[in-house]
Design a binder for this molecule. Structure first.
Ligand code: TXA
Ligand code: MG
Length: 332
């Protein structure tokens, strides 16, 4: 059930009053707060249970708003904005003066994203300011991809959750760091906008001919300020193991108490003792897999089994965002 225009108006008003509102985006649901209101941001950190030093992404509906948030924008920013915004891409750029420390985590950069979900865009237009919106989950937990999952996270602690149905992308945006003019864009968090999509777009820049011949793949480096970079993140409460395809059958057969296992595999399994209702056969195609990943993990987590076993996806670049989330979900 999609939220109505009048609910969006109410949500924008609540945001202006410094309240928190959850909203759908095409990636995952966000927990929105006025990014110009320090009090609202403190409330956001408290509700999420997130350490204050972690920066939040500012969501915008128009390129004209960027001037309030960022300076010294490189050409690559405009190229990528033109190609991928609105959409599941966050760009880290030099922050403008006056951007709150609560937004930047005390760094000299800011993360900007223009989401494409129609309810997110409508809310951002109605609200008019930049909206801080981390994923709408308690710190360390799986991001929600439905309004129901947001309510599961926060219950009555949260006044309003706009409902925009299930998220289309299903995992968080790709984050690319453009803040260092000496370096090529660096991927801080892989997502469903793939490394090659980004580098092909940026290398097409005409004034960058000298680099056009260089074959460069994404250097996926990790900033300590990206909480997603903590080894255990996006994690179900149930212990989760990632198992290569060729070991899947053997690994499951090792368990005496197979009834207490939950499994996500790429093809149907018939192993004696496995409880069929604890099995999910996942999509073979990466975009479809990403779309249902968190809903699948949440569904299996609710079963409160002793272990979730996930068959490892291929090691190709289309799967890089998905593999990243599964590795974090499965690390202890
Ligand atoms: O798809 C998404 O990006 C979702 C939706 C709601 O837009 N949002 C999201 O926000 O995933 P969050 O806060 O859960 O994750 C944002 C990540 C964090 O790991 C944060 O540390 C990083 O972005 N980040 C934000 N600003 C940054 C900055 N200036 N430098 C480095 N990392 C930054
Ligand atoms: Mg998050």
């Amino acid at each position: 059930m999609s939220s109505s225009p009048s609910e969006i108006k109410i949500a924008a008003q609540l945001l202006k009053e410094g309240e928190l509102v959850a909203l759908p985006t095409e990636t995952v649901y966000g927990l929105g707060a006025d990014a110009t209101n320090a009090e609202a941001l403190h409330k956001l950190y408290r509700l999420k249970g997130r350490p204050q030093s972690h920066p939040v992404i500012v969501h915008l509906h128009s390129l004209e708003q960027v001037i309030d948030w960022a300076i010294e924008l490189p050409d690559s920013f405009f190229i990528l904005a033109e190609k991928f915004w609105p959409g599941p891409l966050t760009m880290i750029v030099k922050r403008a003066s006056g951007v709150l420390e609560e937004v930047t985590g005390g760094q000299d950069t800011v993360g900007l994203r223009m989401p494409s979900h129609p309810i997110a865009i409508a809310l951002l237009k109605e609200f008019g300011r930049g909206l801080a919106a981390p994923s709408a989950n308690k710190f360390g937990r799986i991001s929600p991809t439905t309004a129901y999952a947001v309510k599961e996270e926060f219950g009555s602690e949260l006044k309003m959750v706009l409902d925009g149905g299930a998220c289309d992308v299903g995992i968080e945006s790709t984050i690319v760091d453009l803040s260092d003019p000496l370096f090529k864009p660096r991927i801080l968090r892989p997502g469903m906008i793939l490394p090659d999509d980004l580098f092909i777009a940026v290398q097409k820049r005409p004034e960058d001919k000298k680099d056009a011949g260089k074959k460069e793949s994404a250097t996926e480096s990790v900033s300590p300020r990206v909480p997603g970079a903590l080894p255990s993140h996006y994690a179900p409460a149930t212990r989760t193991d990632l198992v290569p395809s060729h070991l899947l059958q053997k690994t499951i057969e090792q368990y005496a108490d197979r009834k207490s296992l939950a499994v996500i595999s790429f093809s149907p399994l018939s192993i004696e003792g496995l409880n069929a209702s604890n099995l999910i056969v996942a999509e073979q195609e990466p975009f479809a897999y990403a779309r249902s990943l968190y809903a699948n993990l949440r569904a299996l987590d609710r079963l409160k089994q002793s272990l979730i076993i996930v068959e490892e996806p291929p090691q190709t670049s289309e799967w890089s965002g998905i593999r990243d989330r599964l590795l974090r979900a499965s690390s202890k």
